[in-house]
Design a protein around this ligand. Structure first.
Ligand SMILES: NC(=O)c1ccc[n+]([C@@H]2O[C@H](COP(=O)([O-])OP(=O)(O)OC[C@H]3O[C@@H](n4cnc5c(N)ncnc54)[C@H](OP(=O)(O)O)[C@@H]3O)[C@@H](O)[C@H]2O)c1
Length: 248
């Protein structure tokens, strides 16, 4: 089976950072949920940061407790967590959130056996793909084959975004530009991090004006590398003839 389509969805400051400014989470998820996806793919660091912001520690162990039976034909997406190093070991809080049908963890052959035992004990779905870190391409194929996941929305930071991009696994970017500058603090997270070139050709699909000065940009990635000369705008990167759409 083909891999699912993959869309990276982020809220970005005007100077291209994912952190270091107040993200309008209501708007972020309102926009994210406006298009269908079968799974939200996230990184361990993103989840730990999100939980920490709410005073929740996702390390440690959950007490044994009964797991509610799955809802038949549940229309909600899976929350899929890339976590080869077992950093997110307490999953009960995440499983109790109303946004997802359940949690599914992506592991690798280096994931501690004790963690896999823990996941089985708590009846958490998981897949093992990859020798060291998670083999993202293989994991996406398994998600399609075994869980009928055909559309994935990535809700992650620059590290997972970069790994997906370098593996050629991203089809679209859905970027909300927030009317903020994050500044030059080295601790802020860019859209893409990691080794190797991230250049890609993009075609602009739509521009929407959202509330409070936010812009929503959608781009499709063109197959193949960018032409040499990173300063030359890619030919596909132009406003469509009809011009940007407006929605305020
Ligand atoms: N503004 C926004 O829209 C937005 C959205 C999401 C997150 N954020 C922010 O971004 C920050 C977190 O970003 P981050 O870049 O530090 O972390 P991240 O992208 O969330 O997490 C790193 C993830 O990448 C995986 N990974 C790294 N290298 C890999 C490889 N070669 N192959 C496969 N998987 C790989 C890691 O897997 P392992 O665990 O297996 O090592 C981990 O799951 C947080 O502060 C969060 O608040 C902002």
């Amino acid at each position: 089976m083909d891999r699912p389509s993959v869309t990276i969805h982020n809220t970005l400051s005007v100077d291209g950072r994912l952190t270091g400014f107040p993200v309008d989470l209501g708007l972020h998820y309102e926009v994210a949920d406006s298009s269908h996806h079968d799974a939200a793919l996230t990184g361990s660091a993103t989840l730990l940061a999100a939980a920490r912001a709410q005073g929740i520690d996702l390390a440690g162990d959950d007490p044994d407790q009964p797991v509610p039976p799955p809802v038949p034909d549940d229309p909600r997406p899976w929350l899929v967590i890339v976590d080869s190093r077992a950093r997110v070991s307490r999953l009960a809080w995440l499983r109790g959130q109303p946004f997802w049908r359940d949690v599914l963890v992506l592991c690798s052959q280096t994931t501690p056996a004790q963690h896999l035992t823990r996941l089985r004990r708590h009846h958490v779905e998981y897949l093992v793909a990859g020798a060291d870190r998670v083999d993202l391409a293989a994991a996406l194929h398994l998600l399609a084959d075994r869980y009928r996941v055909h559309a994935v929305r990535v809700d992650a930071g620059g590290t997972l975004n970069g790994a997906l991009m370098r593996a050629g696994l991203v089809d679209e970017l859905s970027i909300i530009i927030a009317p903020h500058l994050a500044g030059a603090d080295a601790a802020t997270v860019p859209l893409l991090t990691g080794p190797g070139p991230d250049r890609a050709r993009l075609t602009l699909l739509a521009v929407d004006h959202l509330r409070d000065g936010h812009l929503w940009l959608r781009y499709r990635l063109q197959p193949g590398p960018s032409p040499d000369g990173a300063d030359t705008p890619a030919p596909g990167c132009a406003y469509p003839a009809a011009g940007p759409t407006g929605r305020t």
